[in-house]
Structures are given as C-alpha cells and as structure tokens.
Design a protein around this ligand. Structure first.
Ligand code: NAD
Ligand code: ZN
Length: 360
C-alpha cells in the first residue's frame, strides 16, 4: 500500500509492497526525478550482491543514468571519511542539482546517503529504498547523519526523501537477529501510539519472524504510519517527536557500555523498553503494563533483561552523557498503558538506578 508523509507545504509517498525494485523507474519518474541527470545509488557490501544489480538495471531500463558506490557494511561507514568518498563519487559521477541520491540498504546506508544528499551542492533529491525491517523507522522522517568518533549521529541534517520505496521481498535474506532487532522498533510504534497494533505484533510474532510477506507488509505499513503521523505533527523534534525515543535512553547507554556490537540497536532498546515499563508502573501504571511488554518482546525473540556483567554504575554514567539528563534528574518517555506514553521531566536518578538494578 501507499502512505503519505504530510509536512504541510511538502509531502512524500511511502510505497510498501512486493516486487517493487523492478518497478523503481516508474516510481522515481512519478516523484519528479528526471533521466537527464546522473543519479547515485549508495549501498553496502552485504546488500550490493543481493539487490544492486536488480535496482540498477530496473532504473537503467527506464532511461536513468546510474552511478554506484558500495560502502563496507556496518556502523563504521557512517563516518566523515566515508562521507567524503561519497562526495568524491558524486563529483566524479557528474551529479548536479537535479540528481538523486538513492539509499539501497538499512539505516546505516540511509543515514549516510541522506547526509550526502542533504549537503551535495546544498541538497539533491533523496530516495530511500530500505532493505531492513529496522529501516521502516529510519527511512521515514528525514533525520540523516554520520557519526563523530566522540558521539553518534552528531553531524547531520533534516532532509526528507521524495520517495520511500519499500520492497518487502528484500527482507527475506535478513539474518534472524536483524529480523528481531527490526521488530523491536515495530512493536515500539505500537507501544507509543496504538494498543491494538502492539497486540497484533505479539499475536503475529510467528508470521513476522518467519518473514511471511502479508504479515510483514501489514506490520511495516502500520509502523511507518505511526512514524509518519508523529513526524508530520512535529518534524523538528519539539516535544511530540521525542516519544519515538521510548526505551532509547537506557538502550543507548547499554549499546555504549557493552561496546557497539554486542547488542544490536533493537535488542538494546528492547531492554530499555522493559525499563521504561517498570518506570511507568512505579509512576502509577497498572502492573500488567510491565508483564505485557515483556511478553510482547519475548514473543519477538528479543532480550528483556540486562546481562549481569553490565554494571549499574556504568549504565548510570553513560546515561548522564545523554542530552536528557540534568543534575540528579532525568527526562524519560514513560508508558502509561500499552499504546500510550508521556514525556516526564525530573525523574530522580535514584529511581532510575533502582530500575536499572531491577533489569538484571
Ligand atoms: P544496517 O544498515 O547496518 O543493516 C543491518 C545489517 O543488515 C547490515 O549488515 C546490512 O549490510 C545488512 N542488510 C541490509 N539489508 C539486508 C538484506 N536485505 N539482506 C541481508 N542483509 C541485509 O542497520 P539497520 O539496523 O538497518 O539501521 C541501523 C542504523 O539506523 C543506525 O545507524 C541507526 O543510528 C540508524 N537509525 C536512524 C534513524 C533515523 O531516524 N534516521 C532511526 C533509527 C535508526
Ligand atoms: Zn531506535
């Protein structure tokens, strides 16, 4: 199906379905992308052998002139060094202001290509062709960035795509762990916005984990719809958009101290969402909030407890570097019930410490 991200003066479609790679040319044309200029596909070393030729030949057969760049798979490619290589490729490939930068891959490629697109000649067209489940989150909303050695996503921009083309057939080759990690963000969208969708994710966990196309299509559509709705109401992250960070304060701390790599992002935020549910119960929510959250995450084969070797002190200190922390008080996205959250300021760090201890 097709969703629309409506940003007032601009809007763009998210097209989700099967067999879309081979129809990419006509979709690009409908979004105003012309054959007169060269276009750059940026992809990574895992995705390229699987899908690059298919996308490239689909575009070339519609008359598009395509330049390609393949970066090493992994978060390390979200760097200024790789960004500069992409700029070189764009220049040598002759891209101009009417060119598109096309991201073929997961969130890493999407964030990198988006930042290239935002800054090359002060901005080109940007097309997202996501190939991971997690990328239903990252490909919508226009946040693009590379990392600084001292901090993740520190160098970036807001740059919305003109099209998100989501071919669910590409998801069939994802490793199991990446599948679960992507589903973590999907159930997050239910937990923050839509109770029945959160329950649907749990009830269809088996189909989702088995990559059953109808279930994937429905789940991605719902997840993207929540993201699109939140972003439409608050593009530049004032207060509302912050709810998308459910589980991320604790999750980012886990990722940082475990050393990037031990946990996938979706796994870390699963543990973080259990922490948020515990916090919600402390602040008055029904205790079933926690047990239900845990059962949903377990159904999707996600971790729900903190391994013992991660110390509470280390997690607290990693969180103190977070933007949401000030002088013994923290701000958190806290669930009130399944499907509804609020942004709470001034939670005492002692209470947060208790919660982190309880996660073990
Ligand atoms: P990723 O892009 O690294 O992809 C995960 C792994 O799967 C990689 O090894 C990749 O090569 C491989 N892969 C991709 N597609 C495949 C396919 N179809 N078959 C087999 N393997 C495939 O990671 P991700 O989880 O998609 O995204 C994580 C990134 O997204 C992080 O950098 C995060 O900061 C970013 N992110 C951005 C936003 C945003 O709003 N911009 C939101 C959430 C996450
Ligand atoms: Zn996330």
């Amino acid at each position: 199906g097709t969703l629309t991200v409506d940003l007032g003066e601009r809007s763009y479609p998210i097209i989700i379905g099967r067999g879309l790679l081979s129809q990419a040319g006509s979709h690009l044309k409908k979004c105003g992308i012309r054959t007169g200029s060269p276009h750059l596909i940026i992809t990574d070393s895992n995705t390229a052998p699987l899908y690059l030729e298919k996308l490239q030949s689909a575009l070339e057969s519609e008359g598009f002139q395509i330049v390609t760049a393949i970066v090493p798979a992994g978060e390390q490619s979200k760097s200024l060094a790789v960004y500069e290589e992409m700029m070189t490729r764009a220049i040598t490939g002759g891209l101009d202001r009417k060119s598109a930068v096309i991201a073929l891959g997961g969130g890493v490629v999407g964030d990198l290509a988006g930042f290239v697109s935002a800054t090359y000649m002060r901005g080109t067209y940007f097309v997202q062709v996501p190939t991971t489940i997690l990328a239903h989150d990252s490909s919508v909303g226009g946040k693009v960035a590379v990392n600084h050695p001292l901090a993740k996503n520190m160098i970036g921009a807001f740059h919305q795509p003109v099209l998100v083309l989501y071919d669910v057939d590409t998801l069939q080759t994802l490793p199991d762990r990446e599948v679960s990690a992507g589903l973590s963000e999907m159930v997050k969208h239910g937990l923050i916005w839509d109770e029945s969708f959160a329950h649907w994710c749990r009830d269809h966990a088996a189909e989702l984990l088995a990559l059953q196309p109808e279930a994937l299509e429905y789940g991605l559509e719902k997840g993207c719809a929540v993201k699109a709705e939140v972003v439409s109401r608050d593009e530049r992250e004032n207060d509302l958009r912050a709810i998308l960070n459910l589980g991320h304060t604790i999750g980012h701390a886990i990722e940082a101290i475990a050393g990037y790599g031990e946990f996938l992002h979706g796994e870390a935020i699963a543990i973080g969402m259990v922490g948020s549910a515990k916090l919600g119960v402390r602040l008055g929510a029904d205790p079933s909030l926690e047990t239900e959250t845990v059962s949903m995450l377990k159904a999707l084969r996600l971790p729900t407890v903190l391994p013992g070797h991660l110390s509470t002190d280390d997690i607290m200190s990693a969180m103190s570097h977070d933007k949401k922390f000030t002088e013994g008080q923290m701000n958190f996205v806290v669930p009130k019930a399944i499907g509804s959250v609020e942004f709470v300021r001034g939670i005492s760090s002692d209470m947060v410490r208790d919660i982190v201890d309880e996660l073990k």
